[in-house]
Design a binder for this molecule. Structure first.
Ligand SMILES: NC(=O)c1ccc[n+]([C@@H]2O[C@H](COP(=O)([O-])OP(=O)(O)OC[C@H]3O[C@@H](n4cnc5c(N)ncnc54)[C@H](O)[C@@H]3O)[C@@H](O)[C@H]2O)c1
Length: 448
């Protein structure tokens, strides 16, 4: 294959990615709306009842070589991903409902679909959770672990992981549980040693999500964070991730409103259109909405949602265009809508000579229908990262930013929020690990 593809360069030959042999065990923290929609969806796809729409790993293709080569295999045929038939689920929750009961409660999927899948979904019963109401005010769970301190709780999660490992060939963990209160990193988060001391002393800065993540990373299990909590984005976790070749990524699934934001904002910037205000509001009535009704959990979500515009617009480079944006985000708990969230955006932009214009976006979405394929892709790609020599020990998997509202990146490096840059980065990472030329879209060779 030529090394000159649209300005592309072949990267150094890679050590081989290990094949996806045997069963992939997926440990899901929180068996609520997103998790049960993912699990039920995977089973529906396995049985040929529905298509995995929204999943890049299942439906996406990747172009290889020149545009004239016409070579665009499916991603799942190009990189060795676990086959859905080899995926085995388990998880934790503070409610005892099995996955069928929890999915029925979430009311995302219709009754008819759930009935067809019931015999399988009923077999997945949650393990008792690590939970403390201090960190999620609106939930009262009974199916919880007890222990003498946080270290003891982490050891119990480690025991769960070790027991599951006996039944499968590889394991990944994903956080699909509720959004915890806003926590800022302190001394306890700065090194593995300080974190382990904090587990012994029940440090208040260590939330349950961190206990699961710690347990996963000590066992070499990759951990993806689908919520905006402070979970793996601090030095102790990154150190542990590198030390044990357990990839991490986070945080917060990029689904509805923020996905639209990270599509529209780069367009305005590319055309040098200014923005003076961006007001985003939502109504949703699922359990997530109820949890986010608590100001401390909302604060965590708000921080995650706010970040993207600043990074995309780079106001320090474009003070005339983006130096004075009023950006406001509201999430309103409104039970009648259940999982069928409605989001409104009012965007005040300005063009040539400063003349103002407005854009309105009204997205009537289904929260968990958007999130489920993202959770699945993250699980499959994190397993791939673990089997890839050049990825498994680098810690943060920035190439998965594509899926995340508030992407983790190396210290001092600003995160990339533009969805199309993220998509290019993801695909170039796949080309790179498979020893294919990167695609830069230069393309001068077509005009020689
Ligand atoms: N749906 C989306 O579009 C979307 C987008 C981005 C992020 N998220 C995040 O994904 C997460 C899940 O969303 P959801 O709609 O499924 O919420 P949900 O409330 O339906 O499910 C969360 C589940 O986690 C459980 N849980 C809470 N704390 C736990 C703990 N410590 N251990 C084990 N289980 C625990 C709850 O009991 C509940 O069953 C939320 O944090 C949400 O903010 C969702």
């Amino acid at each position: 294959m030529s090394t000159e593809q649209e300005g592309g360069q072949k990267t150094a030959p890679e050590a081989k990615v290990a094949p996806a042999t045997g069963k992939l065990g997926v440990m899901v923290v929180g068996l609520g709306a997103v998790a049960t929609t993912m699990i039920a969806g995977v089973e529906a796809v396995r049985r040929g009842l529905a298509k995995p729409i929204g999943s890049l790993t299942q439906m996406g293709t990747i172009r290889l070589g020149k545009r004239t080569d016409n070579t665009s295999p499916l991603i799942k045929d190009f990189v060795p991903l676990a086959n859905l038939n080899d995926v085995v689920f388990t998880g934790w929750d503070l409610f005892e409902d099995n996955v069928y009961e929890s999915a029925a409660h979430a009311k995302v999927l219709d009754k008819e679909t759930l009935e067809q899948l019931k015999p399988y979904l009923e077999t997945i019963k949650p393990l008792p959770a690590v939970f403390d109401q201090f960190y999620v005010k609106r939930l009262h769970g009974t199916h919880v672990k007890t222990g003498k301190n946080k270290r003891d709780l982490a050891d119990q999660v480690i025991a769960d992981i070790q027991a599951f490992k006996q039944t499968v060939d590889r394991v990944v963990m994903i956080w699909c549980a509720s959004t915890e209160i806003f926590i800022e990193p302190t001394a306890v988060h700065q090194s593995i040693a300080s974190f382990e001391a904090g587990l012994e002393n029940n440090d208040i800065g260590i939330a349950p999500s961190q206990i699961y993540a710690y347990a996963a990373l000590t066992q070499g299990v990759p951990f993806a964070n689908g919520a905006p909590n402070l979970t793996v984005d601090f030095p102790a976790m990154v150190e542990l991730s590198k030390k044990n070749a357990a990839p991490v990524c986070g945080k917060d699934f990029k689904t509805g409103q923020t996905m639209m934001k990270t599509v529209l904002a780069p367009a305005f910037k590319a055309r040098m259109l200014g923005v003076s205000g961006w007001f985003s509001t939502n109504i949703l009535g699922n359990r997530d909405g109820e949890v986010l009704d608590d100001p401390q959990s909302f604060k965590t979500k708000e921080e995650s949602k706010l970040g993207s515009l600043d990074y995309i617009f780079q106001p320090e480079l474009y003070p005339d265009l983006y130096g004075d944006i009023y950006h406001k985000i509201r999430i309103n708990y409104y039970p009648p809508r259940g999982d069928e969230k409605e989001a409104w955006d009012n965007i005040d932009i300005f063009g040539w000579l400063g003349y103002p214009m407005q854009i309105k976006v009204n997205f009537l979405c289904r929260d968990s229908i958007l999130a489920a394929p993202i959770a699945l892709d993250l699980v499959l790609f994190m397993d791939l990262a673990k089997r890839t020599p050049s990825l498994r020990s680098i810690g943060i998997q920035e190439w998965l930013s594509f899926y995340l509202k508030s992407p983790q990146s190396a210290p001092g490096l600003y995160p990339e929020h533009d969805l199309f840059i993220q998509s290019m980065k993801l695909k170039n990472t796949l080309r790179h690990i498979m020893g294919q030329s990167l695609i830069t879209h230069l393309g001068l060779e077509y005009y020689d």
